[in-house]
Design a protein around this ligand. Structure first.
Ligand code: FES
Ligand code: FE2
Length: 336
């Protein structure tokens, strides 16, 4: 596969070539090198009763995982039986142990092999490979994240630009999904610049003072801050590479999980975590759906545009596209 190079100097750099978004081979490679090596959002501990199966990126990573909670502690293990490979748990349920519904193998909630009928005399059994694989799980405030093979710790991925403890009361109140006919990275890079706000989002432009909109970049994350006319923060937008968005508003957090479905189809999950219901409707987060429709339309238009034989790559605004440049640099670093 061809590697991609993005000049670290934004004034010299060119954007990712169209091939990144259009090549099936690159999409395949990025499943392992980007999505397999980053952290995936897994909600909060109170959303897990006891045993909760998760299918991580169906059709893309296709990994069957199981969140378990015992005495308030979350863990994540493989949801695939080590005997003949049946998926162990299909629906959220309760139990003190995990029992396979095929031939009765049993595991503890942290994945240790416990017992198996009719296996007397089997040599070198049980061994470590008969336990369920433990999947790295880490938390940020009340939010849990899992990773198949993390390139760095969750702390390094998120950085410390936002004090998550301010949102310790945030509770999930609503979940919505949007389907977009575009490559997942096009959706992310649109999110990463406020450059398009005056052109694409007229209503948002009335709330956010475009002139003072600011972007800061960190190792694996970036933070955009929008201010209102009084100079107060209207919204803070934290992007955690490669596909997680945390939008902080006066009332709480809107988490957007960008889930690739195929090379040109993406689902974006909107999870609303409210920490102060009295402020709902205030700040830049009051018309999320209208803004989302405007973003989807422009991203789907770019998906069509990059197929053109007359377009390959562009240049960056040094003052308005630092976040997009940073994202493309990370993509190039991960798909080497
Ligand atoms: S596949 Fe689980 S016990 Fe056989
Ligand atoms: Fe937008």
């Amino acid at each position: 596969m061809t590697g991609f190079t993005i000049d670290p100097e934004i004034r010299k750099a060119r954007t990712l070539p169209s091939e990144f978004y259009l090549s099936g081979e690159t999409f395949e490679a990025s499943k392992r090198s980007i999505l397999g090596r980053s952290w995936h959002f897994a909600g909060t501990a109170d959303e897990v009763d006891n045993l909760k199966p998760i299918e991580l990126l169906p059709g893309v990573l296709d990994e069957q995982l199981l969140l378990t909670k015992k005495a308030g502690e979350l863990a994540c293990v493989s949801n695939v039986c080590t005997h003949r490979g049946k998926v162990l748990i299909d629906e959220p349920c309760r139990g003190d142990l995990i029992r396979c519904g095929y031939h009765g193998r049993r595991f503890s909630l942290d994945g240790k092999f416990l017992s198996m009928p009719e296996f007397e005399g089997v040599e070198n059994f049980p061994g470590p490979e008969d336990d369920l694989a433990r999947i790295p799980l880490s938390t940020w405030g009340r939010f849990a994240f899992i990773s198949l093979d993390p390139a760095a710790t969750l702390k390094e991925f998120i950085g410390d630009a936002v004090d998550i403890d301010e949102y310790s009361r945030a509770r999930l109140t609503e979940t919505r999904e949007f389907c977009i006919n575009a490559h997942w990275a096009l959706y992310c890079e649109n999110y990463l610049e406020g450059f398009h706000i005056p052109y694409v989002h007229r209503s948002l432009n009335e709330i956010v003072d475009y002139g003072t909109y600011k972007t800061e970049t960190f190792r694996y994350s970036s933070l955009q801050t929008g201010f209102d006319d009084n100079g107060d923060v209207a919204g803070r937008y934290l992007f955690v590479f490669p596909n997680l968005m945390f939008n902080f508003y006066p009332w709480g957090i809107s988490v957007n999980v960008v889930r690739p479905v195929s090379i040109d189809r993406t689902v974006v999950e909107f999870l609303t975590y409210v920490s102060d219901a009295s402020k709902l409707g205030e700040g830049a987060g009051k018309d999320l759906e209208g803004v989302e429709m405007e973003d989807e339309a422009v991203v789907e238009s770019v998906q069509k545009g990059i197929r053109s034989r007359f377009y390959d790559r562009g240049r960056y605004s040094p003052t308005r596209e630092q976040g997009t440049h940073h994202f493309h640099r990370l993509i190039a670093e991960f798909v080497d």
